[in-house]
Write a protein that binds this ligand. Structure first.
Ligand code: AMP
Length: 375
Protein backbone atom coordinates (compact mmCIF):
# COMPACT_ATOMS: atom_id res chain seq x y z
CA UNK A 1 0.00 0.00 0.00
CA UNK A 2 1.34 3.44 -0.87
CA UNK A 3 1.11 6.39 1.48
CA UNK A 4 0.61 9.84 0.04
CA UNK A 5 1.82 12.76 2.15
CA UNK A 6 -0.21 15.96 1.87
CA UNK A 7 1.13 19.32 3.01
CA UNK A 8 -1.89 21.06 4.47
CA UNK A 9 -4.81 19.38 6.21
CA UNK A 10 -7.86 21.36 5.16
CA UNK A 11 -10.84 20.36 3.05
CA UNK A 12 -8.79 19.86 -0.14
CA UNK A 13 -6.55 17.31 1.56
CA UNK A 14 -9.62 15.67 3.03
CA UNK A 15 -11.35 15.33 -0.35
CA UNK A 16 -8.11 14.04 -1.90
CA UNK A 17 -7.91 11.31 0.72
CA UNK A 18 -11.58 10.39 0.23
CA UNK A 19 -10.88 9.98 -3.50
CA UNK A 20 -7.76 7.91 -2.83
CA UNK A 21 -9.16 5.22 -0.55
CA UNK A 22 -10.82 3.25 -3.40
CA UNK A 23 -7.35 3.06 -4.99
CA UNK A 24 -5.99 1.52 -1.76
CA UNK A 25 -3.95 4.60 -0.91
CA UNK A 26 -3.09 5.67 2.61
CA UNK A 27 -2.71 9.29 3.64
CA UNK A 28 -0.60 11.28 6.06
CA UNK A 29 -1.17 15.02 6.38
CA UNK A 30 1.26 17.59 7.72
CA UNK A 31 -0.19 20.89 8.94
CA UNK A 32 1.28 22.75 11.90
CA UNK A 33 -0.78 25.92 11.28
CA UNK A 34 -2.83 25.14 14.39
CA UNK A 35 -6.14 24.50 12.63
CA UNK A 36 -6.11 21.25 10.66
CA UNK A 37 -9.66 20.32 9.72
CA UNK A 38 -9.22 17.31 7.41
CA UNK A 39 -9.97 14.78 10.16
CA UNK A 40 -8.85 11.89 7.97
CA UNK A 41 -5.65 9.86 7.58
CA UNK A 42 -2.77 10.35 10.00
CA UNK A 43 -2.38 14.02 10.87
CA UNK A 44 0.93 15.57 11.97
CA UNK A 45 -0.07 18.89 13.44
CA UNK A 46 1.78 19.67 16.67
CA UNK A 47 3.14 23.22 16.19
CA UNK A 48 5.46 22.77 19.21
CA UNK A 49 7.18 19.78 17.59
CA UNK A 50 7.10 20.81 13.96
CA UNK A 51 10.56 19.41 13.08
CA UNK A 52 9.97 16.02 14.68
CA UNK A 53 6.53 15.86 13.15
CA UNK A 54 7.98 16.62 9.71
CA UNK A 55 10.64 13.94 10.10
CA UNK A 56 8.09 11.30 11.05
CA UNK A 57 5.72 12.41 8.31
CA UNK A 58 8.49 12.08 5.69
CA UNK A 59 9.48 8.65 6.97
CA UNK A 60 5.93 7.45 6.59
CA UNK A 61 5.12 8.68 3.07
CA UNK A 62 6.13 7.50 -0.41
CA UNK A 63 5.57 10.83 -2.11
CA UNK A 64 4.40 14.28 -1.16
CA UNK A 65 1.86 16.66 -2.66
CA UNK A 66 0.22 19.83 -1.36
CA UNK A 67 -3.21 21.39 -1.05
CA UNK A 68 -1.92 24.91 -0.41
CA UNK A 69 0.58 26.96 -2.44
CA UNK A 70 1.72 29.40 0.25
CA UNK A 71 4.31 27.02 1.65
CA UNK A 72 7.79 28.25 2.56
CA UNK A 73 10.05 27.45 -0.40
CA UNK A 74 12.92 26.30 1.81
CA UNK A 75 10.57 23.73 3.37
CA UNK A 76 9.49 22.56 -0.10
CA UNK A 77 13.13 22.32 -1.22
CA UNK A 78 14.06 20.30 1.86
CA UNK A 79 11.16 17.93 1.34
CA UNK A 80 11.92 17.50 -2.38
CA UNK A 81 15.42 16.28 -1.50
CA UNK A 82 13.97 13.48 0.65
CA UNK A 83 10.81 12.36 -1.15
CA UNK A 84 9.32 13.08 -4.60
CA UNK A 85 7.33 16.34 -4.37
CA UNK A 86 4.58 16.62 -7.00
CA UNK A 87 3.85 19.22 -8.32
CA UNK A 88 7.44 20.43 -7.93
CA UNK A 89 9.06 23.43 -6.26
CA UNK A 90 9.05 25.55 -9.44
CA UNK A 91 5.24 25.51 -9.63
CA UNK A 92 5.08 26.66 -6.01
CA UNK A 93 7.62 29.40 -6.59
CA UNK A 94 5.77 30.80 -9.61
CA UNK A 95 2.26 30.49 -8.19
CA UNK A 96 3.03 32.14 -4.85
CA UNK A 97 4.38 35.29 -6.46
CA UNK A 98 2.03 37.26 -8.69
CA UNK A 99 4.91 38.95 -10.51
CA UNK A 100 6.59 35.65 -11.51
CA UNK A 101 3.18 34.30 -12.48
CA UNK A 102 2.32 37.25 -14.73
CA UNK A 103 5.83 37.22 -16.21
CA UNK A 104 5.42 33.56 -17.16
CA UNK A 105 2.05 34.34 -18.77
CA UNK A 106 3.75 37.02 -20.85
CA UNK A 107 6.69 34.80 -21.81
CA UNK A 108 4.28 32.16 -23.05
CA UNK A 109 2.20 34.77 -24.95
CA UNK A 110 -0.81 34.24 -22.67
CA UNK A 111 -2.76 37.53 -22.57
CA UNK A 112 -3.11 39.04 -19.09
CA UNK A 113 -4.29 42.44 -17.73
CA UNK A 114 -1.74 45.28 -17.97
CA UNK A 115 0.11 45.60 -14.66
CA UNK A 116 2.90 47.30 -12.72
CA UNK A 117 4.85 46.31 -9.61
CA UNK A 118 5.14 48.96 -6.88
CA UNK A 119 7.01 49.27 -3.57
CA UNK A 120 5.62 52.52 -2.13
CA UNK A 121 2.47 54.65 -2.01
CA UNK A 122 4.13 57.11 -4.45
CA UNK A 123 4.90 54.35 -6.94
CA UNK A 124 1.33 53.13 -6.54
CA UNK A 125 0.01 56.58 -7.49
CA UNK A 126 2.34 56.66 -10.54
CA UNK A 127 1.10 53.24 -11.63
CA UNK A 128 -2.52 54.33 -11.25
CA UNK A 129 -1.78 57.37 -13.38
CA UNK A 130 -0.27 55.19 -16.10
CA UNK A 131 -2.86 52.41 -16.06
CA UNK A 132 -5.89 54.68 -15.53
CA UNK A 133 -8.62 54.09 -12.95
CA UNK A 134 -10.02 51.78 -11.76
CA UNK A 135 -7.18 49.42 -10.87
CA UNK A 136 -6.94 46.38 -8.61
CA UNK A 137 -3.97 46.47 -6.21
CA UNK A 138 -2.95 43.10 -4.78
CA UNK A 139 -0.23 42.00 -2.38
CA UNK A 140 2.54 40.38 -4.43
CA UNK A 141 2.56 37.28 -2.25
CA UNK A 142 0.30 35.54 0.28
CA UNK A 143 -3.06 36.71 -1.07
CA UNK A 144 -6.04 34.38 -1.43
CA UNK A 145 -9.85 34.64 -1.40
CA UNK A 146 -9.58 38.35 -2.21
CA UNK A 147 -7.45 39.05 0.90
CA UNK A 148 -4.75 41.72 0.56
CA UNK A 149 -6.55 43.44 -2.33
CA UNK A 150 -8.19 46.78 -3.02
CA UNK A 151 -9.98 48.29 -5.98
CA UNK A 152 -8.75 51.88 -6.40
CA UNK A 153 -11.23 54.13 -8.19
CA UNK A 154 -9.48 57.45 -7.70
CA UNK A 155 -5.82 58.37 -7.58
CA UNK A 156 -6.38 60.18 -4.24
CA UNK A 157 -7.18 56.81 -2.64
CA UNK A 158 -3.70 55.37 -3.21
CA UNK A 159 -2.22 56.25 0.17
CA UNK A 160 -5.18 54.74 2.03
CA UNK A 161 -5.10 51.58 -0.13
CA UNK A 162 -1.35 51.24 0.44
CA UNK A 163 -1.89 51.40 4.20
CA UNK A 164 -4.92 49.08 4.16
CA UNK A 165 -3.13 46.34 2.22
CA UNK A 166 0.00 46.77 4.36
CA UNK A 167 2.34 44.75 2.16
CA UNK A 168 5.84 45.83 1.03
CA UNK A 169 5.18 45.12 -2.66
CA UNK A 170 1.99 45.20 -4.69
CA UNK A 171 0.97 44.29 -8.18
CA UNK A 172 -1.34 46.91 -9.67
CA UNK A 173 -3.58 45.64 -12.42
CA UNK A 174 -5.86 47.36 -14.86
CA UNK A 175 -9.45 46.65 -13.75
CA UNK A 176 -11.05 44.31 -16.27
CA UNK A 177 -14.74 44.76 -17.04
CA UNK A 178 -15.08 41.08 -17.83
CA UNK A 179 -18.18 39.35 -19.20
CA UNK A 180 -17.64 36.59 -16.68
CA UNK A 181 -14.97 34.60 -14.88
CA UNK A 182 -13.98 31.18 -16.13
CA UNK A 183 -11.53 28.56 -14.96
CA UNK A 184 -9.87 25.55 -16.46
CA UNK A 185 -8.84 22.56 -14.36
CA UNK A 186 -6.34 20.20 -16.00
CA UNK A 187 -4.03 17.36 -15.04
CA UNK A 188 -0.62 16.34 -16.35
CA UNK A 189 0.90 12.94 -15.63
CA UNK A 190 4.52 11.92 -15.08
CA UNK A 191 4.70 10.87 -18.77
CA UNK A 192 3.57 14.32 -19.95
CA UNK A 193 0.03 13.17 -20.86
CA UNK A 194 -2.65 15.78 -20.16
CA UNK A 195 -6.41 15.98 -19.69
CA UNK A 196 -8.74 18.96 -19.36
CA UNK A 197 -12.11 19.48 -17.76
CA UNK A 198 -14.56 21.78 -19.54
CA UNK A 199 -14.22 25.48 -18.81
CA UNK A 200 -16.56 26.47 -15.99
CA UNK A 201 -18.19 29.77 -15.06
CA UNK A 202 -17.39 31.15 -11.61
CA UNK A 203 -19.06 33.84 -9.57
CA UNK A 204 -17.10 35.56 -6.79
CA UNK A 205 -18.65 37.85 -4.21
CA UNK A 206 -16.41 39.72 -1.78
CA UNK A 207 -13.39 37.98 -3.39
CA UNK A 208 -14.71 34.50 -2.44
CA UNK A 209 -15.99 31.93 -4.92
CA UNK A 210 -19.74 31.48 -4.43
CA UNK A 211 -21.04 29.57 -7.49
CA UNK A 212 -19.61 27.45 -10.28
CA UNK A 213 -21.64 26.38 -13.31
CA UNK A 214 -20.17 23.52 -15.31
CA UNK A 215 -19.66 23.48 -18.22
CA UNK A 216 -19.75 27.28 -18.70
CA UNK A 217 -23.07 27.99 -20.50
CA UNK A 218 -23.05 29.25 -24.13
CA UNK A 219 -19.33 28.90 -24.41
CA UNK A 220 -17.67 29.49 -27.74
CA UNK A 221 -15.78 26.22 -28.48
CA UNK A 222 -12.80 28.33 -29.58
CA UNK A 223 -12.38 29.54 -26.00
CA UNK A 224 -12.07 25.98 -24.71
CA UNK A 225 -9.28 25.19 -27.18
CA UNK A 226 -7.62 28.55 -26.49
CA UNK A 227 -7.65 27.91 -22.73
CA UNK A 228 -6.33 24.39 -23.23
CA UNK A 229 -3.48 25.72 -25.37
CA UNK A 230 -2.55 28.21 -22.61
CA UNK A 231 -2.71 25.48 -20.00
CA UNK A 232 -0.66 23.07 -22.14
CA UNK A 233 2.07 25.72 -22.48
CA UNK A 234 2.14 26.40 -18.73
CA UNK A 235 2.21 22.71 -17.77
CA UNK A 236 4.99 21.93 -20.23
CA UNK A 237 7.06 24.95 -19.18
CA UNK A 238 6.93 23.97 -15.51
CA UNK A 239 7.29 20.23 -16.28
CA UNK A 240 4.25 20.03 -14.07
CA UNK A 241 2.78 16.87 -12.54
CA UNK A 242 -0.67 16.91 -10.94
CA UNK A 243 -3.83 18.99 -11.23
CA UNK A 244 -3.51 22.67 -12.05
CA UNK A 245 -6.13 25.41 -12.34
CA UNK A 246 -6.05 28.52 -14.49
CA UNK A 247 -8.44 31.37 -13.66
CA UNK A 248 -9.46 33.50 -16.62
CA UNK A 249 -11.54 36.53 -17.46
CA UNK A 250 -13.77 36.24 -20.53
CA UNK A 251 -13.82 39.62 -22.27
CA UNK A 252 -15.12 40.91 -25.61
CA UNK A 253 -11.63 40.42 -26.99
CA UNK A 254 -11.17 36.88 -25.71
CA UNK A 255 -9.53 35.39 -22.64
CA UNK A 256 -7.19 37.08 -20.15
CA UNK A 257 -5.33 35.00 -17.58
CA UNK A 258 -5.83 36.17 -14.00
CA UNK A 259 -3.95 33.63 -11.92
CA UNK A 260 -3.20 29.96 -11.54
CA UNK A 261 -3.22 27.53 -8.65
CA UNK A 262 -0.88 24.51 -8.54
CA UNK A 263 -3.45 22.26 -6.95
CA UNK A 264 -6.98 20.94 -6.92
CA UNK A 265 -9.32 23.91 -6.83
CA UNK A 266 -12.64 25.06 -5.44
CA UNK A 267 -13.92 25.63 -8.99
CA UNK A 268 -13.30 21.92 -9.66
CA UNK A 269 -15.43 20.64 -6.78
CA UNK A 270 -18.38 20.03 -9.13
CA UNK A 271 -16.35 17.13 -10.63
CA UNK A 272 -17.00 15.09 -7.44
CA UNK A 273 -20.55 14.46 -8.66
CA UNK A 274 -20.55 15.88 -12.18
CA UNK A 275 -17.64 14.28 -14.07
CA UNK A 276 -16.59 10.70 -14.79
CA UNK A 277 -13.38 11.18 -12.81
CA UNK A 278 -13.18 13.86 -10.15
CA UNK A 279 -10.28 16.33 -9.93
CA UNK A 280 -9.03 14.72 -6.68
CA UNK A 281 -8.72 11.27 -8.23
CA UNK A 282 -7.08 12.71 -11.33
CA UNK A 283 -4.57 14.54 -9.16
CA UNK A 284 -3.67 11.27 -7.42
CA UNK A 285 -3.50 9.39 -10.71
CA UNK A 286 -1.20 12.08 -12.11
CA UNK A 287 1.26 12.18 -9.21
CA UNK A 288 1.37 8.37 -9.02
CA UNK A 289 2.14 7.97 -12.73
CA UNK A 290 -1.19 6.21 -13.37
CA UNK A 291 -3.36 6.74 -16.48
CA UNK A 292 -5.46 9.92 -16.23
CA UNK A 293 -9.23 9.46 -15.97
CA UNK A 294 -12.08 10.59 -18.21
CA UNK A 295 -12.89 14.26 -17.57
CA UNK A 296 -16.22 14.29 -19.45
CA UNK A 297 -19.14 15.80 -17.51
CA UNK A 298 -22.43 14.02 -16.75
CA UNK A 299 -25.03 16.54 -17.91
CA UNK A 300 -24.63 19.96 -16.32
CA UNK A 301 -23.65 20.83 -12.75
CA UNK A 302 -23.57 23.62 -10.24
CA UNK A 303 -21.45 24.04 -7.13
CA UNK A 304 -22.76 26.25 -4.35
CA UNK A 305 -20.14 27.17 -1.77
CA UNK A 306 -21.18 27.26 1.87
CA UNK A 307 -19.39 30.33 3.17
CA UNK A 308 -19.53 31.10 6.89
CA UNK A 309 -22.72 29.10 7.55
CA UNK A 310 -23.70 25.44 7.29
CA UNK A 311 -26.69 24.35 5.27
CA UNK A 312 -29.67 22.58 6.79
CA UNK A 313 -28.30 19.04 6.34
CA UNK A 314 -31.59 17.13 6.21
CA UNK A 315 -33.12 19.83 4.01
CA UNK A 316 -30.35 19.50 1.41
CA UNK A 317 -30.31 15.70 1.55
CA UNK A 318 -34.01 15.60 0.72
CA UNK A 319 -33.39 17.36 -2.61
CA UNK A 320 -33.06 15.35 -5.81
CA UNK A 321 -29.68 15.24 -7.62
CA UNK A 322 -28.19 17.36 -4.85
CA UNK A 323 -25.10 16.34 -2.87
CA UNK A 324 -23.83 17.85 0.35
CA UNK A 325 -20.09 18.01 1.07
CA UNK A 326 -19.72 18.98 4.71
CA UNK A 327 -16.13 19.77 5.75
CA UNK A 328 -16.75 19.33 9.47
CA UNK A 329 -15.50 22.87 10.16
CA UNK A 330 -17.03 25.31 12.60
CA UNK A 331 -18.88 28.36 11.29
CA UNK A 332 -16.95 31.62 10.97
CA UNK A 333 -17.64 34.59 8.67
CA UNK A 334 -15.92 34.11 5.31
CA UNK A 335 -14.82 30.52 6.06
CA UNK A 336 -15.57 27.81 3.50
CA UNK A 337 -17.40 25.18 5.56
CA UNK A 338 -18.80 23.00 2.77
CA UNK A 339 -20.34 22.98 -0.66
CA UNK A 340 -23.40 21.60 -2.44
CA UNK A 341 -23.14 19.94 -5.85
CA UNK A 342 -26.22 19.83 -8.03
CA UNK A 343 -26.68 17.86 -11.26
CA UNK A 344 -29.28 18.25 -14.02
CA UNK A 345 -29.92 17.39 -17.64
CA UNK A 346 -30.17 21.01 -18.76
CA UNK A 347 -29.45 24.49 -17.43
CA UNK A 348 -33.08 25.43 -16.76
CA UNK A 349 -33.58 22.41 -14.51
CA UNK A 350 -30.19 23.11 -12.93
CA UNK A 351 -31.10 26.67 -11.93
CA UNK A 352 -34.43 25.47 -10.51
CA UNK A 353 -32.57 22.97 -8.32
CA UNK A 354 -29.94 25.52 -7.28
CA UNK A 355 -32.72 27.85 -6.11
CA UNK A 356 -34.28 25.03 -4.07
CA UNK A 357 -30.93 24.26 -2.46
CA UNK A 358 -30.36 27.92 -1.56
CA UNK A 359 -33.54 27.80 0.54
CA UNK A 360 -31.63 25.40 2.80
CA UNK A 361 -28.67 27.76 3.29
CA UNK A 362 -28.96 30.47 5.96
CA UNK A 363 -27.81 33.91 4.76
CA UNK A 364 -27.02 32.37 1.37
CA UNK A 365 -25.28 34.41 -1.31
CA UNK A 366 -27.52 35.74 -4.06
CA UNK A 367 -27.34 33.52 -7.12
CA UNK A 368 -25.32 35.39 -9.72
CA UNK A 369 -24.35 33.74 -13.00
CA UNK A 370 -25.01 34.26 -16.69
CA UNK A 371 -28.11 31.98 -16.55
CA UNK A 372 -29.53 32.96 -13.15
CA UNK A 373 -32.72 34.33 -14.76
CA UNK A 374 -33.67 31.32 -16.92
CA UNK A 375 -35.76 29.51 -14.29
P1 AMP B 1 -7.53 36.96 -7.39
O1 AMP B 1 -7.07 36.81 -5.97
O2 AMP B 1 -6.48 37.53 -8.28
O3 AMP B 1 -8.12 35.69 -7.94
O4 AMP B 1 -8.75 38.00 -7.35
C1 AMP B 1 -9.97 37.71 -6.68
C2 AMP B 1 -11.14 38.23 -7.50
O5 AMP B 1 -11.02 39.66 -7.67
C3 AMP B 1 -11.19 37.69 -8.93
O6 AMP B 1 -11.79 36.43 -8.98
C4 AMP B 1 -12.01 38.76 -9.61
O7 AMP B 1 -13.37 38.63 -9.29
C5 AMP B 1 -11.48 40.04 -8.96
N1 AMP B 1 -10.35 40.59 -9.76
C6 AMP B 1 -9.06 40.25 -9.61
N2 AMP B 1 -8.27 40.90 -10.50
C7 AMP B 1 -9.10 41.69 -11.23
C8 AMP B 1 -8.90 42.62 -12.31
N3 AMP B 1 -7.69 42.88 -12.81
N4 AMP B 1 -10.01 43.23 -12.83
C9 AMP B 1 -11.24 42.99 -12.32
N5 AMP B 1 -11.48 42.14 -11.29
C10 AMP B 1 -10.44 41.49 -10.75
Amino acid sequence: MQTIGILGAGQLGRMMAVAGYPLALNFALYDTSGSPSANIGKIYSDPNNAQTELKQFLQEVDLVTYEFEHLPLDLANRIAKIKPLRPGVRALQVCQNRELEKRLFRELAIPTPAYAIVSSAEQLANAVEQLGTPVVAKSLTEGYDGKGQAVIKHIDHCRQAWQDIGHPQLIVEQFIHFRRELSLVAARGTDGSTCFYPLVENNHQGGILRFTIAPAPSLDAKLQSQAEAYMEALLADMDYVGVMTLELFETEDGLLANEMAPRVHNSGHWTLNGAHTCQFENHLRAILGLPLGDTAPHGVSAMVNLVGRHANVAGVLRLKDTHLHHYGKSERPGRKVGHININAENYTALIEKVKLSLQQVPESSTLQCSIAGIA
